[in-house]
Design a binder for this molecule. Sequence first.
Ligand SMILES: Nc1ccn([C@@H]2O[C@H](COP(=O)(O)OP(=O)(O)OP(=O)(O)O)[C@@H](O)[C@H]2O)c(=O)n1
Ligand SMILES: Nc1ncnc2c1ncn2[C@@H]1O[C@H](COP(=O)(O)OP(=O)(O)O)[C@@H](O)[C@H]1O
Ligand SMILES: [Mg+2]
Length: 171
Amino acid sequence: MIKLQLSLAIIKPHTVKNPVALSYIRNVLKNKFVVIKTKRLFLDKSTAANFYIEHKDKFFFNRLVTFMSSGYIDLHVLGHKNAIDLWRKMLGPTKVYKAQFEDPYSLRGMFGLSDTRNVAHGSDSLTSAEREIKFFFPEFSFYEWHNSNEELYRKGPIIFNKHLFQHVRKL
Ligand SMILES: Nc1ccn([C@@H]2O[C@H](COP(=O)(O)OP(=O)(O)OP(=O)(O)O)[C@@H](O)[C@H]2O)c(=O)n1
Ligand SMILES: Nc1ncnc2c1ncn2[C@@H]1O[C@H](COP(=O)(O)OP(=O)(O)O)[C@@H](O)[C@H]1O
Ligand SMILES: [Mg+2]
């Protein structure tokens, strides 16, 4: 038995504004993952800076923070037995030319505009997934997830609620 792992996906502002990319990506999320939580936010600069604090000394930090607070973002907590690696594999390489050259049908290969505007974010480890989910969903209980919800989502039955853009238990 392999338990569902959680990852955080963030659909970045330029993608939320692109109906073709957004509907393609939503279709992937809905069909390949269990979507546990979804919400749309407009970040202010200081929240975006806190989220990306590990990059504070990089040359691209300022443009990254400005970009991430330039429009709505969609947050999705994804469940899958291999959620972290699978979502990052679907994203493809961080840098747009590398993505286009090495993995043209990855999401970044297809929809990336630049190294900053590279479609979406994905947690890169178990530790960062937990930090990032807590960052945007402070009410999310990891205790409850591990002790009851994980099994309920894994064994089902679940249905997809398209208004919430979440899978929910079928009662
Ligand atoms: N000090 C720098 C500045 C830029 N670059 C690289 O140079 C390329 C072009 O970057 P940029 O000017 O940032 O492209 P933009 O189209 O302006 O994209 P964005 O602002 O969305 O990042 C990118 O591969 C970037 O990683 C770099 O390696 N070192
Ligand atoms: N060389 C770069 N030039 C511009 N922006 C960058 C560059 N590297 C990373 N970024 C931006 O910072 C974000 C975080 O970087 P990083 O954590 O290294 O990549 P990833 O999102 O693939 O985990 C990237 O998704 C991208 O938006
Ligand atoms: Mg990263």
